[in-house]
Design a binder for this molecule. Structure first.
Ligand SMILES: [Zn+2]
Length: 130
């Protein structure tokens, strides 16, 4: 487990972070900077006070074309929360993925989330021959 504060690899398990109504999270201590952290520290999920399972379910519904409001209604959460998770996810992807290829863009627009890649590829493939 890498330390999210100083990126040191010398960390060790140190008890659990208790969480209300949920399984406790494994907690770690960094031997370099002496800070405590858990599996979620430093990830976008650290700031999401719902279970990761629920976030995953909601984002899956969204990826399958369900509207923000519909997905929120199914889970019994505010639709603003769903939008927030999507924004976090976009941030997460831009931080964790390798740089997007030239010409790609991620557009978040109203109720929809699009990822478009390679829009400005050369249009003509049949320019062979003299
Ligand atoms: Zn550290």
């Amino acid at each position: 487990m890498q330390c999210p504060y100083c990126q040191s690899e010398s960390t060790s398990k140190r008890g659990f972070s208790p969480r209300r109504h949920q399984e406790p999270l494994q907690r770690y201590i960094c031997k370099s900077c002496q800070r405590l952290f858990n599996e979620r520290t430093g990830t976008p999920l650290a700031y999401i006070h719902k279970s990761a399972d629920q976030v995953e379910r909601v984002l899956k519904m969204r990826s399958e074309g369900m509207g923000v409001r519909a997905a929120a209604r199914v889970e019994g959460i505010a639709h603003a929360t769903v939008s927030l998770w999507e924004q976090r996810l976009v941030q997460m992807e831009s931080e964790w993925s390798p740089p997007a290829p030239e010409g790609s863009e991620v557009t978040v627009e109203g109720d929809e989330l699009y990822t478009r890649v390679g829009e400005n590829r050369p249009a003509s493939k049949a320019s062979a021959g003299p």
